[in-house]
Design a protein around this ligand. Structure first.
Ligand code: NAD
Length: 267
């Protein structure tokens, strides 16, 4: 099997990376950064997001796993202490694949009407440096509301525990093919009105944001942000692609939520 490692680059992560390569090559696995079947991220959730975007062009052939070298991560959920156990599992055991939904965003601009398509593992956020954002929001081709406020966050189920959670969004189990639209500080008064609640859209439903007064947007997908000029529309839906996690031990989503936000395991 061919594998690759994406490291955060700090000393601890680098040392761990070198050990993993030596161990796995000792078991005759091949280190291949171009066409890995297994991508191991070593660092934190940010490193895992980086690994996902580095191999986003070959999701159907790649499985991901995360080791954390800082505090417990949501994606990076193996500890350095478990390294030997994990390496033996990787070398000897066929892994189980767990597939979770992704977000597709298509940004159409004047001069690029077909649009740029991006995928996100956690979320896309749409803000502007021009004061409030104003959008007409259509759902499945029908006008739903005009949004005014700081911005919108559109998240995946696995991303529902990230930025979305800080905005008061719901935590969604990733077995549900859905995306969630969460408001960032909407303006609500006698003149302007938005729904005020997060919206959860199933597969095949499309949410389209059409700019009112702004022309330039700061659009973040996961950990990186770009500026887009002359935006005509931003379409959001559940992507047809999925992320594939390599699973070597049972760790339920709710357990991970509990361990990350409520209390450490009572085992
Ligand atoms: P970062 O270093 O600012 O880390 C943000 C935190 O989010 C880290 O503690 C990370 O472990 C955690 N995180 C990332 N994905 C998560 C997930 N799916 N569930 C639970 N926690 C998660 O930035 P980074 O490490 O590059 O991560 C980028 C992510 O940061 C973005 O995708 C966004 O979700 C999140 N973020 C959160 C807020 C907020 O909560 N107010 C604000 C901006 C960005």
């Amino acid at each position: 099997m061919k594998f690759s490692i994406v490291s955060r680059g700090d000393e601890r992560s680098q040392n761990l990376t070198e050990s993993i390569i030596a161990y796995l090559e000792g078991f005759s696995l091949i280190y291949d950064e171009k066409e890995p079947e297994l991508v191991i991220s070593v660092g934190g959730d940010g490193t895992f997001l980086e690994a996902f975007h580095r191999y986003v062009h070959r999701l159907s052939e790649t499985a991901f796993i995360g080791i954390h070298t800082g505090h417990l991560g949501f994606y990076a959920d193996w500890t350095p202490d478990e390294l030997e156990k994990l390496v033996i599992e990787i070398a000897k055991t066929p892994y189980q694949i767990v597939e979770y939904p992704l977000l597709e965003v298509i940004i159409c601009q004047r001069g690029n009407e077909e649009g740029e398509r991006v995928l996100a593992l956690n979320e896309a956020t749409i803000k502007t440096a021009e004061g409030s954002v104003v959008f007409d929001i259509d759902i499945n081709g029908e006008h739903f509301e005009t949004f005014r406020g700081d911005g919108l966050c559109i998240s995946t189920p696995t991303g529902s525990t990230a930025y979305n959670k800080a905005l008061g969004g719901a935590i969604i189990h990733p077995s549900l093919d859905a995306i969630q639209v969460t408001e960032m500080a909407s303006i609500n008064n006698r003149v302007f009105r938005t729904i005020g609640s997060p919206l959860i859209l199933p597969k095949h439903h499309t949410c389209v944001l059409k700019p009112g007064i702004n022309s330039s947007f700061l659009i973040a997908r996961d950990h990186s942000t770009d500026t887009y000029q002359d935006v005509i529309s931003i379409q959001c839906r559940v992507a047809k692609e999925k992320i594939r996690f390599a699973r070597y031990r049972p760790l339920t989503f709710w357990n991970r939520v509990k361990e990350s936000f409520v209390s450490a395991s009572d085992k």
